[in-house]
Design a protein around this ligand. Structure first.
Ligand SMILES: [Zn+2]
Ligand SMILES: [Zn+2]
Length: 257
């Protein structure tokens, strides 16, 4: 069997994605308290004690706030870029691994490729996971799709892709002007249209699962995200919209034959 993945929750109030191969579990980001993480993992039939390592994308609190406490409580190794490590004081970690130069690394039997993304963080990375002929890309928290991002995420078997906002809702929404510029800017978050445009450019026929994620509760609606991605959703085998409260349940990526 190839990779499996599920989410503890997705959005600006907290993120956490579990990537699994057999009995090995990686947690990508943790924006929840220990108690909340345990509760959300129980929903997926697992506990933090099952985790081999935590991999961190960047220092924003919706991704990082729970990492230090969870790592200390359960004695978990943490992988992050030097920039992310320096950006915040996350306290003493039981086992620190610095991702150097965005070089791929292996945890358990999962190969993890960090990909640099334009985001307003010190050294943000997103990741492609590979195991026994199947690949999964996690791509949220970026303001622009660069050629580098396209090259790495263009042919994944499964993809968790940000569709953060609708530009009109963002413009007319409650955020102050500076935050609107940040979210909609080149180092902010992908709009529904940017997400759809990326998929149109790279092609999506090979995708087993598309999970639309990090959907803003204030600057987007499920209806608008679905409308922007309607053509893709009709073509791919499964298209799911992740939510802040529930994340999404386990999905399996079959190995390419
Ligand atoms: Zn985020
Ligand atoms: Zn962020």
């Amino acid at each position: 069997m190839g990779l499996r993945f599920a989410s503890l929750g997705s959005g600006s109030k907290g993120n956490g994605t579990v990537v699994a191969s057999g009995d090995h579990f990686l947690l990508v980001d943790c924006g929840f308290t220990i108690k909340e993480t345990e509760r959300r993992m129980a929903r997926l039939g697992m506990s933090p004690a099952d985790i081999s390592a935590i991999v961190v994308t960047h220092e924003h609190s919706d991704h990082l706030s729970g990492v230090g406490p969870l790592a200390r409580r359960y004695g978990l190794p943490v992988y992050l870029t030097p920039g992310t490590f320096k950006a915040r004081d996350i306290g003493k970690l039981p086992e620190l691994h610095l991702i150097e130069g965005h070089q791929p690394f292996v945890v358990a039997d999962i190969e993890v490729t960090p990909v640099a993304v334009p985001h307003d963080a010190r050294e943000a990375a997103q990741f492609v996971f590979r195991c026994r002929g199947s690949s999964l890309g996690l791509l949220t928290d970026l303001g622009t799709i660069t050629p580098h991002v396209e090259a790495h995420f263009g042919d994944c078997d499964a993809l968790v892709l940000e569709a953060n906002h609708d530009p009109l809702m963002l413009a007319q929404g409650p955020y102050p002007p500076s935050l609107k510029r940040r979210v909609g800017g080149a180092y902010g978050h992908l709009s529904n249209q940017q997400a759809a445009g990326f998929l149109q450019r790279v092609g999506y026929e090979q995708l087993q699962h598309l999970v639309v994620a990090h959907i803003s509760e204030k600057n987007n609606s499920l209806a608008l995200a679905k409308e922007a991605l309607a053509e893709v959703a009709e073509t791919v085998e499964s298209c799911i919209f992740a939510c802040q409260q529930e994340g999404f349940d386990w999905l399996t990526v079959e190995s390419r034959s």
